[in-house]
Design a protein. Structure first.
Lengths: 235, 116
């Protein structure tokens, strides 16, 4: 009687051991798979801090650009022309005649069963608008104060849209410098982008302006990989 | 004393087997395994206690193991389906019983070594 209990209990102990070790290993794997298991609040706080830091650094960039401009205009020496060619000053603030387009999500109430996705402005809508403007000869384009340069992206990031790695939200305003008439005609073309957007109830307001301000590009134009190459012309 | 060594040794061997077994538990199953571990711990400690009390009955032990495990798994499954964390009920009950059993075992062992 006294010995009979040892064997079953030993078997159970063995089972516990196997289960425990397997579970430990699996849990460790889960922890590895989703590394940032921090709570949403923490992440929001970190995001806010990072954004503030980015803002401050952006201001610093602006100040330094201004100083560079001062130096450049002050001394027209050999050195400054070199700096001038190295840094693309085309990305500075620009003004001139053009158009301003304000786009907002559909104000029409959705009918039952309708996909809410069609009522909001997507990144590809903005991309198509900017593309159309450039086709129509826009010389400088800004999207909600984000200057479109060669590295600018228009991507979808959850519920917001990222431009120049900065989140923008509706209402979107696109400002473009160029021939106002041409650009408006290109946008309002039959079967064009504005007609397409208005079909889905998206609000598009286009206004020609005699003076449109396009802000400077605040991001970095440093190239890490691309290097200038001397093109050999075969004679 | 020998029985304790046997049980602890079995636990260690089990841990080693589990640590080197090429098998991981999918996330959806980890809740069930956690409850199963508690059920097994509960029955194991219950078995030790009844053995020390000289009241061990193999049929009671085996039926206890299966009934507890099935009930715990069933509760967990039902909770999953209902959207309530019903497995917490099993965890609480097993937790309380583990403490009770441990207390009894402690007293029995103390009595064995120091009384008389």
């Amino acid at each position: 009687m006294n010995k009979a209990w040892q064997l079953p209990v030993t078997a159970i102990a063995l089972t516990i051991g196997v289960l425990l070790a397997t579970q430990f290993r699996s849990q460790a794997d889960f922890a590895k798979q989703n590394l940032p298991s921090r709570r949403v609040e923490d992440l929001v706080l970190m995001l806010n801090q990072a954004e503030k830091e980015k803002e401050d650094l952006g201001k610093e960039v602006g100040q330094l650009r201004q100083r560079l401009d001062e130096v450049e205009s002050g001394r027209k020496g050999k050195l400054t022309t070199e700096i001038g060619t190295a840094i693309d000053t085309d990305n500075g603030a620009l003004g001139g005649p053009g158009v301003e387009i304000v786009i907002n999500d559909s104000a029409k109430p959705l009918t039952k069963g309708e996909d809410p996705n069609i009522a909001i402005v997507h990144n590809d809508d903005l991309l198509r608008l900017v593309n159309e403007l450039r086709t129509a000869g826009a010389e400088a384009v800004a999207l909600n104060d984000q200057r479109m340069v060669e590295s600018s992206e228009i991507t979808c990031a959850g519920t917001t849209i990222l431009v120049n790695k900065t989140r923008i939200a509706p209402p979107f305003s696109i400002r473009a410098i160029g021939e106002p008439e041409t650009m408006v005609n290109a946008l309002k073309m039959r079967g064009g982008i504005v007609e397409y957007l208005q079909f889905y109830g998206i609000q598009v307001n286009i206004s020609k302006k005699s003076e449109v301000l396009v802000p400077a590009f605040s991001g970095s134009t440093l190239r890490k990989f691309a290097k200038p190459v001397a093109v050999k012309v075969e004679s | 004393m020998k029985e304790v060594v046997l049980i602890v040794g079995a636990l260690g061997i089990g841990l080693l087997i589990g640590a080197f077994m090429p098998l991981t538990i999918p996330a959806a199953w980890s809740k069930y395994v956690a409850v199963a571990i508690l059920a097994a711990l509960d029955t194991g400690l219950g078995g030790i206690r009844s053995g020390l009390e000289n009241r061990f009955d193999l049929s009671v032990f085996i039926s206890g193991v299966s009934a507890n495990t099935l009930l715990a798994a069933g509760l967990t499954f039902l909770g999953d389906k209902l959207g309530i964390d019903l497995y917490l009920a099993a965890i609480v009950v097993f937790g309380v019983r583990i403490f009770e059993n441990l207390a009894k075992i402690r007293r029995l062992l103390l009595g064995r070594f120091w009384a008389t």
